[in-house]
Ligand binder design. Sequence first.
Ligand code: PAF
Length: 326
Amino acid sequence: FLKPTLSSVALGMTLAMGLTAGAAAQTILKIGYATTKESHYGVGSTVFCDEVEKGTQGRYKCQQFPSSQLGGEREQIEAVQLGTQDLTNTSTGPVGNFVPEVKIVDIPFLFRDYDHARKVMDGPIGQDILAKFPSKGIIALAWTENGFRHMTNNKRDIVKPADAAGLKMRTMENKVHMDGYRTFGILPTPMAFPELFGALQQGTVDGQENPIPVILASKFSQVQKHLSLTGHVYSPALLLISPKTWNKLNDADKKIFTEAAKKAGIAQRKKVNDDESNGIAQLEKDGMKVTKVVDGAAFREALKPAYAGYAKEFGADNIKKIQDVR
Ligand code: PAF
């Protein structure tokens, strides 16, 4: 028999350690989102995954689950909180049920335009909101973006609230939105996004509201005739990571993940811009009748009673602080 020499034992240990390190190198992160891999959420998530893989020299890789494969947004946030899913790139729609401080940015007609919204999210107000997540068992890496929401339906053009009145519209499971939309006369029907295409097809609801990138990616032109560019609410989004995954990272990796998420946000916003610029013509080509000029002042006027409620809930001064950002 061969006697193990000191150097062969050392070699064996080095190999074993190398294998252990190799196994750690293969950590696969599950990331889910609602729309397709080609959509704004897919573009942002892919940038995040590429940056993480590059920054950690392949120790971390993603497996992406687009198109609601891991469930609706609420379910995915729950899974991230529980640690059965590593990451989600999600709208704020259901997030306020987990982190109430988020709800204020879901107020309709709060933001003037994309510049205003992005400045708030990137500034102290948005960053303070991100800091509220850990105490609720979720880590928010960065703001991404869904976009300004517009109304579609199968009944008529919407120029003013009176045109929207009486329409049964699917909304997100978001009380701030629903309280606002009721003042337009809409009958809000909260529903998880994966059920929406079928509901529109079967006529369970007359319409829905979502940003152009979602309307495009989800092919709503196949089941909706009218699109009105109401831009009635900004829909922010977030890259969320499970504390279970986050707490395993060393400080250098945490920095890589955070920087990757910021780059994801930039890429996702750019895709939103591109879809806003090119997507409306595409939707017209696909047969939608697009109402481009809407009576924004009439919508804002109709919202006044809801704003009284928002002021009570969130503080008029806090709403004003957001409105005053230039
Ligand atoms: O309407 C929604 O639920 C959201 O806008 C969506 C499409 C899931 C994207 O975040």
